[in-house]
Design a protein around this ligand. Sequence first.
Ligand code: MRU
Length: 362
Amino acid sequence: MNVLGRPTRTIWPSPDGAAVEIIDQTRLPHAFVTARLSSLSDAAHAISAMLVRGAPLIGATAVWGMWLALRADASDAALAGAHATLLATRPTAVNLRWALDRVRARVAPLPPARRADAARALAVAVCDEDVALNRAIGKAGLPLLQAIAARRGAGQRVNVLTHCNAGWLATVDVGTATAPIYAAHDAGLPIHVWVDETRPRNQGASLTAWELLNHGVPHTVIADNAGGHLMQHGQVDIVIVGTDRTTAAGDVCNKIGTYLKALAARDNGVPFYAAVPSPSLDWTIRDGVREIPIEERSAREVTHLSGRRADGTIETVGVVPEGSPAANPAFDVTPARLVTGLITERGVAEASATGLRRLFPE
Ligand code: MRU
């Protein structure tokens, strides 16, 4: 997508060929700053400290991280160590395991001298594939928005609600949940997006809003608790969210709070879709509530908030009484029965084992 008029991805090889560059997402929306990853530990830190985040981008960064590791040491032991180090960075998004297993399968049969180059070529390919998958999701999801626009009639805006950031910042480019939104906006549909702020880290308020603003998509940031009310008053036509892991039976794991939106959507007859690129599908499990590991993050993300003061400096303040404990489960699971459909790169699937098997028979 464009940043200050320049086509920009979230991750790219540095011009000198010696490192990888990323957008440091911890600095958005107040500053657009890039960071350089030169080693395995830089890549692992970028994922665990959430300089990069979002399931597809975590996967892409991990492949680049494997290249950085193998460039320094391409032995069998180093390959296993890098795989383990990167896999331990964040537990929930299955794209991470998918990406790491893919690199290992590609490079392990090769002599060590050829491994780093092979990992680098794979990193380039995974990034390009991610963009292609997201564009295909945009194409598959666009008719859903066109149908709402046609039903509502000329001049009536189509209200989409989204949670967290499943936009281009969460991927290499384009985004998953945002792909149909950008496609519809670019096609001239009167799209408006309700952006859940997404406490505790505020990925909606900080990242999705920033993206939509940059691309000129009309949007309104709302407190996480406002969605149900808006649905009751007919102000949400469709919910589209991303996913960190979707099971073979169609259970959708995504940022904490997604489940509550699905419940409210069901109660109000609002269609609820998840945008699911195939690397986010975990074919090894069916019951998302019981089988998906949910990341527990620092309580400090709940007890403190950061923001920009009038003088431009960033300040972090406490928002709960000192001494009150806080808990921070970072993801939840929306059971398939609450999901209207899964927007994949191969089309829209029913959220069920049968629906997914129909699109992914292999
Ligand atoms: O903790 P984050 O910011 O990595 O969580 C991101 C999400 O939950 C996204 O919705 C999900 O990764 C899908 S991104 C296309």
